[in-house]
Design a protein around this ligand. Sequence first.
Ligand SMILES: NC(=O)c1ccc[n+]([C@@H]2O[C@H](COP(=O)([O-])OP(=O)(O)OC[C@H]3O[C@@H](n4cnc5c(N)ncnc54)[C@H](OP(=O)(O)O)[C@@H]3O)[C@@H](O)[C@H]2O)c1
Length: 333
Amino acid sequence: MSETFKALVLNQDGETFTREVKSVDKSFLKHGDVTIKVDYSDLNFKDGMILKNGGRLVKEFPHIPGIDFSGTVIESESEKFKEGDEIILTGFRVGEIYYGGYSQIAKVDGNFLVKKPKDLSSKQAMMLGTAGFTSLMSAFAIKAREELLLGAKVNDVLVTGATGGVGSVAVMILNKMGYNVTAVTGKNDKNNYLESLGAKNVINRSEFDKDPRPIDKGLWDGVVDTVGGKILANAIAQTKSNGIIAVCGNANSNELNTNLLPFMLRGIKIWGMDSAGASIKRREFVWQAATDLIDFDLLEKSVQVLSLEELIETYPKILKGEISGRVLIDLNK
Ligand SMILES: NC(=O)c1ccc[n+]([C@@H]2O[C@H](COP(=O)([O-])OP(=O)(O)OC[C@H]3O[C@@H](n4cnc5c(N)ncnc54)[C@H](OP(=O)(O)O)[C@@H]3O)[C@@H](O)[C@H]2O)c1
């Protein structure tokens, strides 16, 4: 193995913040016990925040970002992994406090890795990444209304931020689960795209971005919310009895002003999603389910594949909500 490889390195010197693709020596990698040749990484909202200015998540510079990657183990001091194992890494604060996947070679704690299911390719794993993993977790949370909570069948579900990474994959999965999906988007020209993913209805974001009534007509058995703020507050007011709201993101706001009526009168539940801290057991279950629930040929149509150099040009778009679908980073491009 070559001792040098290409990585995207962030640096901060006083007020100056830099992002640079450069050649790095293996001795630069200072965390973990498993070394991986990275095939693919991706771009999530959190990556965008880190690439902009560290996002108050990165504590030390220089730093290699990238919260997700897939690849093959080339060296291991961990008993759990050996050379040749194909792995998936998402979350666990890799790319934040540990060096991440925007690097041809990565080194991480073996306790963070999941063995890639055989019927999922390394590329497909990163077409999903943290965003798709969170969509799967959210869809299972909604489905739990039927299984764990012995509730009636889920029929109508709402997805907010629907053209985003989490939202678009959630639309696809919930449709595959047999639910009627309504997608909320701020993009006027994306109705056909959302319908192609399986949305039965598309609603403009402006209808949700207003002060909610304390309790509204119940419309949804389940909600996947990726944006927060007034949009989430309206979704809560419109959730039917015993509905479940999977709360994943804050692309609109961290704020939530709601009231107790939907909880007391309808028994609705808010279920927070924490993909970064999910247990290995949960991760293995979710990744195993991916091939049954995702149409990768369809997903690939809305995937852009970028090099590290192209990522530096493109990342600001995710912070402005301008990306539809998923962005894949090919470390060999
Ligand atoms: N909890 C977890 O474990 C977890 C995991 C992954 C992501 N997240 C969070 O989930 C959110 C979505 O992540 P992502 O990777 O899917 O990001 P993304 O690809 O940028 O998608 C976010 C989508 O939200 C909508 N949006 C953007 N800005 C908005 C605004 N100001 N007001 C209302 N809607 C807005 C846009 O969709 P439309 O144009 O279609 O409306 C955008 O495409 C982020 O907050 C992220 O941090 C959380």
